[in-house]
Write a protein that binds this ligand. Structure first.
Ligand SMILES: *Cc1c(COP(=O)(O)O)cnc(C)c1O
Length: 434
């Protein structure tokens, strides 16, 4: 008899972000998924789980979405891939034009990568290279926020402040300066404290500083830490005053996740660099993009090859991935997704908000299609809660003791009801087992 998918996976696959021993012992469940249908993941034995975290925040319009599938089938029969150095093609041109238009033309050029971490690397390199090209090579240091997450390659870890992901690699990393986060849980003056620290640092070190990198509105990997848009407005003004680039990492919060198409729009600002990935292809194919201002692009134009941005990835601008992104943008436009999500967001909030009064729940919070709360419990709570949710047919993965929902933009009322009911039940069951 053939071994199950589970047994074969344990023997051959090294899973991401996982202490594999927990799979080996069975402490952490491993789900063998054979099919996706809208918000549902279907297992080997026919069991179904509602994907309440959009498969790691990437899947916006459900699994096996007919419209994205159709666009990809057509692209597959036309052009699957071509080198983007020296060649161009319609999907990458159209995607670049449409993304730029979504920034009101402020960010006129798009540079492509394959995942979020490489977008971070590209933005950091472009910023420092820009300052070098304009005769200010000393501006090569970076600033990031406490709890910030920008990916896990060695360069991206330099601006990531999550000890669990970073500490083992500390000797490999050129660490950025970590400034206080405006996380609203830090108190009513969180924005003032963060801005004062930023201002003081820039005043002393602007001549060595290339850029500040932030996750606008929600620091997702930190446990859905949310802040007021006022922080972004004031940080933007300080960056302007001290000639430091602002990099907005919207890899997680772009594409409608916080209620506006881009999160930075809620502050009425534009960054110098905008990193996008995750939802960009509707969760279909790996693709990332760094968008920047035409003036920054122009500083790389020169007779000297070495003053150009020579960075590359083999699959840069892959036509299939770009086509999936175009189909995703079409759905946003055709279905008035942002308006429909406002209704969904209110429904979810109405059903979840009673949890805010639970004696063990702290800091219930939401922004757009992100909902989170912290649970005052022991260390093992998150894992127990995860198991209780799976047992009730919902896939959620708490971060530490923070329970969060990041659902796809397609849930109907019944699915919203299930998601919220299971969340409350699983929290209770996991607390009971302490
Ligand atoms: C997920 C994420 C990244 C890294 O993206 P990968 O595709 O996982 O490399 C970077 N920044 C933020 C804010 C993210 O959420």
């Amino acid at each position: 008899m053939q071994d199950s998918l589970l047994q074969r996976s344990r023997a051959a696959v090294w899973h991401p972000c996982t202490q594999m021993k927990q799979h080996e012992t069975g402490e952490l469940p491993l789900l063998p998924i054979v099919r996706g249908e809208g918000p549902w993941l279907v297992g080997e034995d026919g069991r179904r789980w509602l994907d309440g975290i959009s498969s790691w925040w990437v899947n916006l319009f459900g699994h096996c979405n007919p419209r994205i599938n159709a666009a990809l089938h057509e692209q597959l029969d036309t052009l699957e891939h071509v080198i983007l150095a020296g060649c161009t093609h319609a999907p990458v041109v159209e995607l670049s034009e449409r993304l730029s238009a979504l920034t009101g033309g402020a960010l006129g050029h798009c540079f492509y990568g394959s995942d979020g971490a490489s977008a971070t690397e590209i933005a950091l390199k472009m910023s420092a290279h820009y300052w070098r090209n304009v005769g200010r090579p000393d501006k090569n240091r970076f600033l990031c926020l406490a709890g910030g997450y920008h990916g896990e390659t060695v360069g991206a870890l330099g601006v990531t402040d999550i000890a669990l992901f970073r500490d083992a690699y500390a000797p490999l990393i050129r660490a950025a300066t970590v400034l206080p986060s405006p996380d609203a849980r830090n108190g009513a003056d969180a924005v003032d404290v963060a801005i004062d620290a930023l201002a003081a640092h820039l005043d002393a070190h602007h001549a060595q500083t290339a850029a500040l990198i932030v996750e606008p509105l929600v620091q997702c990997a930190a446990g859905m830490a949310m802040h007021d848009p006022d922080y972004l407005r004031r940080a933007r003004a300080l960056c302007e005053r001290y000639q430091v680039h602002l990099i907005c990492d919207e890899i997680a919060v772009g594409f409608g996740r916080t209620g506006s198409f881009f999160a930075h729009e809620q502050a009425g600002i534009r960054p110098d660099f905008l990193c996008l990935s995750k939802g960009i292809t509707g969760g279909y194919l790996p693709l990332s993009v760094v968008m920047t201002r035409d003036a920054i692009y122009a500083a790389f134009l020169d007779d000297a090859t070495a003053r150009g941005f020579l960075h590359s990835h083999s699959y840069t601008g892959n036509p299939l991935a770009c086509r999936a992104a175009l189909a995703t943008l079409d759905i946003f436009a055709q279905d008035h997704v942002l308006a429909a999500n406002r209704v969904r967001s209110e429904r979810i909030d109405a059903l979840l908000r009673p949890l805010a009064d639970h004696p063990r729940v702290r800091h219930y919070r939401k922004r757009g299609m992100i909902f989170a709360f912290d649970v005052d419990a022991d260390y093992g709570f998150g894992r127990r809660c995860h198991r209780e949710m799976l047992a009730r047919g919902v896939l959620l993965r708490p971060i530490g003791n923070t329970v969060y929902l990041m659902p796809p933009y397609i849930l109907d009322d019944a699915q919203i009801g299930l998601l919220c009911r299971v969340t409350a039940e699983a929290v209770e069951a996991a607390l009971d087992q302490a």
